[in-house]
Design a protein around this ligand. Sequence first.
Ligand code: K1U
Ligand code: ZN
Length: 168
Amino acid sequence: MTILDILHFPDIRLRTQAKPVKQFDNGIKTIVADMFETMYKAPGIGLAATQVNIHQQIVVIDISKEKNQPLCLINPKITEKEGLEISEEGCLSVPEYYAEIKRAERITFTAMDQNGQRFEKEADELLAVCIQHELDHLKGKLFIDYLSPLKQQRVRNKMKKLAKKSKK
Ligand code: K1U
Ligand code: ZN
């Protein structure tokens, strides 16, 4: 398995719209396995293929403390949203930055697993937040896009500083 490089804001490739997966072959299984390994190593609770420069609709998630509840979503779609809730979010593509974001409290979603088997589920709390965050990535959207222009500029400045620091 391979640890993939995670793109960092403001990399323009994070703005790419992911395409639906059409063939559930071994190539997809390899991408999914590499994405889980990359997410666990980061560490994170979710990862969208867009973040590792793969522009297909693939998301991996594991919100469990024990890291033993992997969830793979291929071609995911949110079909219902209910309520609104504000919670703190982070992003592996925007390191060391956290912000309060308002999202739907409960969602119903459909997706396929890595064998192409379609399923429908409901989610709330952290899982609902994480799924909405990851599906935004597949559309080229970042959680900081919900912030004011001033806050976005601050994030930009912070990322420039971090990039300079990591080059030294
Ligand atoms: O998509 C990503 O960038 C991953 C992101 C997912 C996410 C976190 C919080 C709210 C919404 C979406 C992360 O995993 S950031 C890291 C993080 O939250 C975390 C890391 C280690 C342990 C627990 C959480
Ligand atoms: Zn993210």
